[in-house]
Design a binder for this molecule. Structure first.
Ligand code: ATP
Ligand code: MG
Length: 655
């Protein structure tokens, strides 16, 4: 573990504060326990954290690898675990969700309220003929009904497939068909950037396509806007729930009963329908939310800013925190509506103690300037988290200083839709924090870095491939309807012993793991392996840069050449314009990279841009930038958040 002597790096490390350690849920002992008895450790997590209707008799069945079965013979109900048992334990009055709508409307939902709503929804689904094993598409804005709908499905054993509300009719159509959904739960609309934005017409368009398995469309009234209606097929959520009983007996389901299907973000290509089952998934969500986010349900106010349409929303808005009985904030809208301090205002208002967000948000706030959060009282915060992309050391330090008041530990959590829950992360109160690194596999998780030949190595600073070497409870059970693609994608690159994550990684001298971006994004410049993440971090460490994306473009002399796309911090944008397209600045930035990493990493081309192409979950889509850098037609943009961004960038290049 890194200590104060290792400050040779250009930035500091942060040992745990003893006061934090004294109250932390995670302990150093957990590493030792898990190392000594992997299955015993996971059996204990499952029994301590989850209520089983029937205890399991085998922790792991790996005989049909790579198809895992966890907690074999066990039976449980995920919704009961997330709701009813907290009411039964006398915590029905505890707030489960502080909902903040974008227009400023609020709702306070206790665990007892949630139990009533979930029970009514489960009864309503039953009345529509939805039963165990039927799949349900959920296409909703960030409103409490999304949580209720997911838990109602879990309760009756109907796997849900949540589709992000920002996706188009076409994306919705392919996801509905892929999972053969029986009903769709949607809303008239949601609030986005200060105005109602319709959702229901996209459902109509998605179902318009000839054959569909969808029998009914259930519509939540959120905005009250005019909504096209299909008599006989469409039903109001409120009518169904008003007619339904408030009590519903939750039946236990097999530990391996499918809980949900969720499509990956599509950062690297066509999304994959990942499916998860019940017992192992719920166990690892509850465990990680407890020891990584350090949630203390009696006292914390937790806020995960992800959308429910991403795995982060599934695991760390719905299943993890609710299984733990936590109180959380749920916010519907964008961070700059009606003003750029909206998040900080919410933190002040609800006295949020734990904030979990993505590097893309942190870099946006850096771009807007630190005087905005400075206007709010955020002294309630005690822990910050990051997920989704590597967080550049510079962004990490900014996050700690300007959001975390120089006191909050930051957990940089690496995981994937496929892994279901956090896999690599520091434990707050235990780990000395290294800005920019996700650091260590969690207790119970085993990871390695392999070279091209598939041999594990530990030497520092060498770039390799991240793999997971032991099954884990919340691992995906497959790609929906395509077991062969599951094997090919994850268990063949280095043989069936290793789960291939698709991410590049390296160790530092202290043995910390650094995630370096997608394997496809690692560049080869004159025979040197360079990572996009490292060059981006070097660019972001320049005081004028807010965000950067780097790609390797084919180059006749060097094999690949480094091409960088850079967004400046607000206060430097005019300056760059004044100096005629920022010519001096580009030179300055190229030299800065050479100084930080070495001349080999110096970008051949730097483009100053005002936006970067991102997925709807906020991740940079480097493959599109690579198309631009190599002068090709830009590839599939269906998962892009804003399709005009690529045109703007191409025009800029033409200058
Ligand atoms: P697709 O698989 O369709 O290309 P995606 O990989 O973006 O989409 P997700 O499952 O949402 O879809 O994202 C997981 C990926 O996000 C990881 O493989 C990794 O590349 C990146 N990631 C997540 N958290 C971190 C982190 N803390 N540090 C570095 N990278 C991270
Ligand atoms: Mg992926």
């Amino acid at each position: 573990m890194s200590s104060d002597e290792s400050l040779s790096a250009s930035h500091p490390t942060f040992p745990p504060d003893p006061a934090f350690t004294a109250q932390a849920n995670g302990t150093a002992q957990m590493y030792a326990d898990a190392d000594a008895d992997h299955e015993g450790f996971w059996a204990a997590q499952a029994r301590e954290r989850i209520s089983w209707a029937t205890d399991f008799d085998q922790t792991l069945d790996w005989s049909d690898a790579p198809f895992a079965k966890w907690y074999v013979g066990g039976e449980l109900n995920a919704a009961y675990n997330c709701v009813d048992r907290h009411v039964e334990a006398g915590n029905g009055d505890r707030v489960a969700i502080h909902f903040e709508g974008e227009p400023g409307d609020t709702r306070t939902i206790t665990y007892a309220d949630l139990q009533r709503e979930v029970s009514k929804a489960a009864n309503a689904l039953g009345a529509l003929g939805v039963g165990k094993g039927d799949t349900v598409a959920i296409y909703l804005p960030m409103i409490p009904e999304a949580v209720v709908a997911m838990l109602a499905c879990a309760r009756i054993g109907a796997p849900h497939s949540v589709v992000f509300g920002g996706f188009s009719a076409e994306a919705l159509n392919t996801r509905i068909n892929d999972a053969s959904c029986k009903i769709v739960i949607t809303a008239d609309g949601g609030y986005r950037r200060g105005a109602p934005s319709a959702l229901k017409p996209a459902v109509d368009a998605a179902l318009d396509h000839a054959e569909t398995t969808v029998e009914k469309v259930v519509v939540v009234k959120r905005t009250g806007q005019d909504t096209p209606w299909n008599e006989g097929r469409d039903l109001w959520w409120s009518d169904l729930l008003d007619a339904a009983s408030e009590t519903h007996e939750a039946q236990p389901h097999d530990s391996e009963h499918p809980l949900f299907i969720l499509y990956t973000s599509g950062t690297t290509g066509k999304p994959k329908g990942i499916f998860h089952t019940t017992g192992g998934y719920l166990t690892q969500c509850a465990y990680t939310n407890s020891v990584v986010h350090d949630v203390h349900p009696e006292s914390d106010v937790y806020w995960c800013t992800a959308d429910i349409g991403w795995v982060t929303g599934h695991s760390y808005i719905v299943y993890g925190p609710l299984a733990n009985g936590a109180t959380q904030v749920m916010y519907e809208g964008t961070p700059d509506t009606p003003h750029q301090g909206r998040w900080w205002e919410i933190i002040e208002k609800y006295k949020v103690t734990i904030l979990y967000t993505a590097p893309t948000a942190v870099r946006t706030f850096m771009k807007w300037g630190h005087d905005i959060p400075a206007k709010f009282d955020m002294s309630s915060l005690r822990l910050l988290g990051s997920v989704g992309e590597p967080i550049n050391p510079e962004a990490w330090l900014w996050y700690r200083k300007y959001i975390g008041g120089d006191r909050c530990p930051i957990v940089d959590t690496w995981w994937q839709t496929e892994t279901g829950a956090i896999m690599i992360s520091p434990l707050p109160g235990v780990t000395t924090l290294e800005p920019g690194s996700a650091q260590k596999p969690m207790p119970g998780i085993s990871a390695e870095i392999l070279d091209d030949e598939g041999h594990p190595f530990t030497e520092p600073e060498k770039v390799g491939y991240l793999v997971l070497t032991k099954p884990w409870p919340s691992m995906l059970r497959g790609i929906w309807g395509d077991p062969q693609r599951y094997k090919d994608t994850y268990w063949s690159r280095f043989g069936e012993k290793y789960y291939f994550a698709g991410d590049g990684a390296k160790y530092d001298a202290d043995g910390n793991i650094w995630l370096l971006g997608r394997v496809d994004d690692v560049m080869n410049v004159s025979g040197h392996r360079l990572s996009t993440a490292e060059i981006e971090s070097a660019l972001v460490s320049h005081p004028k840069v807010a965000e950067a994306a780097v790609v390797g473009a084919s180059d006749e002399t060097t094999g690949q050449a480094v091409v960088a796309f850079v967004i400046l911090r607000q206060e430097h944008i005019e300056e760059a314009d004044e100096f005629g397209e920022g010519v001096d600045l580009v030179k300055e930035l190229r030299n800065h990279v050479a100084k930080e990493i070495g001349p080999i990493a110096k970008p051949r081309t730097i483009m100053i841009v005002s936006e970067l192409p991102k997925t709807r979950s906020g991740k940079i889509m480097r493959r599109l930038l690579k198309d631009v850098a190599e002068g090709r037609e830009v590839g599939d943009v269906t998962t892009l958040a804003d399709s005009t961004v690529m045109n703007a960038i191409k025009q800029g290049l033409g200058d």
